[in-house]
Design a protein around this ligand. Sequence first.
Ligand SMILES: O=C(O)CCC(=O)C(=O)O
Length: 221
Amino acid sequence: MPGPTADLFADDALQQPAGREQIGEQSYVLRAYALPWVERLLPELRRVLAQSPFRQMVTPGGFTMSAALSSCGELGWTTDTRGYRYSPLDPRSQQPWPALPDALRELAVLAAADAGFNDFAPDACLINRYVPGAKMSLHQDKNERDYSAPVVSVSLGLPAVFLFGGHARSDKPQKISLFHGDVVVWGGVDRLRFHGVMPIKEGVHPRMGRQRINLTLRTAG
Ligand SMILES: O=C(O)CCC(=O)C(=O)O
């Protein structure tokens, strides 16, 4: 059985060159789009996480999510047994979430424009940390006040298989491999499509280590 290193190289060999792949009527994967931003993003991300560290949240149904979460921006997405919601305060510290880093905002605004969504004004960035085995079940992003803005999702670290479904949970999802630096944008008629992430395979990413970090920017308020 191949070890983590062999898995990593097998996955890297599949990495697509920079370019735009259409995955829905108004949805795109922008391959390698974030790579030029990574060295600006990582110190900013470290600052955010020093203030609002990753934590494991519980769903309204009482399940502990396998991905660990944090947020930055004016609003942060949280879940507990009382429900899903956006909050201006980090429930752990009762302080405002860390500000959205400039580099992240610039990256998200440009990516949204390249996918056909001008004037994207994100006010929330959910930060998901997946270690091998962690996943995200199929869901819709529905806690935002207005669905006219797209979702911009940046992948860093270990590869993932992104599930991009339809408007019904039962619709068979496309399976899309995402790699370090890829950005997915979905909006317009695709804004409420179900999506999720399959369990992350074991591996060690040369820059990010044994984890995948996903930054999902939205206009929530
Ligand atoms: O990790 C990802 O690629 C997707 C994250 C996601 O679905 C979400 O935050 O709603």
